[in-house]
Design a protein around this ligand. Sequence first.
Ligand code: FMN
Length: 705
Amino acid sequence: MVPQDDGTPRADHLTVLFASQTGNAESISRSIHEQAQERGFKSSHYVLNDFAKVDWDKEECLVFVVSTTGDGDPPDNATKFWRHLRKLKGAGLPNAKYAILGLGDTNYDNFCQTAKKLDTRLQDLGASSFYARGLADDATGLEETVDPWIKNLWPVLAHQVISVPTIHDLPLPHLTPQETHIIKEKIYQKELQEERQQQQQVAGSSSSSVEKVDTDSIDSRLKALSVSDSTISTSTTPQPTNRVTPATGHAIDIDLSALDSHSSLTGLPRVPNANLTLTDAVSEASQTATNATKGGLPSFVQSPSKLFLAKINAVECLTPENALKRTLAVEFGFEDDVEYLPGDAFGIWAPNDESLVRGVLASLAIKDEDLIKPVKLEGKAVKKANLRLYADHAMDLAEKQKLMFLASKQGGEQFNAFRAWRPTFLDILTTFPSVKIPLARVIETLPPLQPRYYSITNSPLAKSGHRRWSCAFNTVEYEHPKGIQRRGVCTPWLDNLSGRLPYGKLVSNPAPGQLVPMFLKPNETKFNLPTDSLKPVIMIGPGTGVAPFMGFLEHRAEQRRIKKRMNNVGSGPRQDLDELFGEMVLFFGCRNRDLDWLFRRQMEEYEKDGVLAKLHMAVSREEDELIRGKYVQDVLRKESKKIWDLLSTKDASIYVCGDAGGMAKGVHDELINILVEHGGFEKMDAMMELNKWAQNKRYLRDLWA
Ligand SMILES: Cc1cc2nc3c(=O)[nH]c(=O)nc-3n(C[C@H](O)[C@H](O)[C@H](O)COP(=O)(O)O)c2cc1C
């Protein structure tokens, strides 16, 4: 155990174990393990029969996800473990603290027997439970228990296991909002005046104030955003019309070989309760429609913080056709002033794909699209209880039988295979075309739309920075392993709104009149520039992980500009900029510099102007990759001496943003190596030191799966 700042001892890692017959417990436990890693816990994942790989004497924090099979029996991949557990004597596990999530089905007599027995046995062996046992019922839908159990596990786990924080803590501004305002007032007064004049001129020549582009010298900012040969144009993109072609769904093959026509299906979930009437749904929809015409949200959606209706100021495509990923930079503008910091993010409420909505309407023979708009039609988690509901509404007997089979205990394997296709709601309707579900039931059984989050890439200190947010993202469109094209919700929507621009093309005001509902998501960790501006900043962000760092760099450029101007007013002593601000070092990674070096021009300019002390590139698919280093962690290794100097002599802070998997782990390991190699730490001490830095917000990570 490791004593923490608050004196509570915590384990240094977490072990997630599972027992699963048909794959549910396995995938749930894997998801817990992956989420734990994303949240900065060191976590391992084992099937229970591999118990010998676990050092039971040392294990201090265990999470079990176990199902029950047969007649209250443990799954096959836990039987060896079960025997081992029976043989253990006395208080064999005095140090262990554990949590158990059981999966079962109330249609069986021995509901969640494995979980219950495991709980009792662990207590007998001296282990103690640190979190209430969860028992999920496949009859009503596992997710009803599993989702909240996992959600509430994290805060409890934080008291059990040490972690490197990855979600944002309270923001700590370099300048307070008041200071920002005062400085802006003084320095920008003239510029703001010019800007207002400019806006008045444009307003005078524009008939609609809503469609008016924020003329905050937009062309110059767009140019600043763009690669040098960008073509800037104002969009003539056609607006979404009612003539969108309905999408076609994919019929999914279901293997019925295990369906024995003589035996009956058991373990069927209960049909979800019907609470919503069509009258409610219609009134909900009319409210939504009213809101929608105002550019607002469906009425049931609670925006986590104040909602802004933003215009799309500009869009630019940052990558050419032959790049692996299509990356867009988008700038949104709004009329209110908003206080935020580089490192903050914003959420967007994007609508369902219009053609998908139309496909569903056509399939269910419904006209009123407002009714279907607020529910999530893209598929991720198909629920057995919903399939059971659809079976009740299938006109065709063969389809009804297939749906019942998928929802039953006997069809467990086929259900998992079906779910692996990630079917959209339209795919389900296409697979079972005779299903005609009443609209109210569709609305209440599908989950609501979710916001999507993006890191802000600009600074509030820049001109009109408090009235615009920029971001950069890869458009999510991919081929599912089964050969189906799948796409995200928000990124293709924004891409389509701007007419799917080619590389190097930048469009201002691409969707006149289109208002995008969005809200600020302030940092919850201190993933902001250090309060002490003299502290060096080491930024590690390959791919779109560089997004918040572009905000950091613009902020620092503005801070330097403000100081420079201050140097030129009044009679005080001149200050050397490099003495006022610590070094900023960026480690950026891409595949090929000609294809996906995002924000290249800005990075080069920042480096030339001294804002960025050094840009370190890692390129993974170029011939000289061996010279440069393939991944950011390779380049970190090459620069290890310099990094150690910044850390040991100047108290530098480290920021990592991007993929929670390989990259974050590789970087973490490399930082440990640096501490060992140059700082003389033992490996274990180096790990502890990094954890301490994470607690002190000197080592910050903003990661995604
Ligand atoms: C053949 C079979 C027998 C089952 N027996 C039980 C049981 O005795 N008690 C129980 O609570 N659940 C029982 N279940 C339900 C499963 O535990 C439940 O469907 C669980 O989600 C399966 O998880 P898994 O895929 O990880 O094995 C049984 C399921 C099957 C297919």
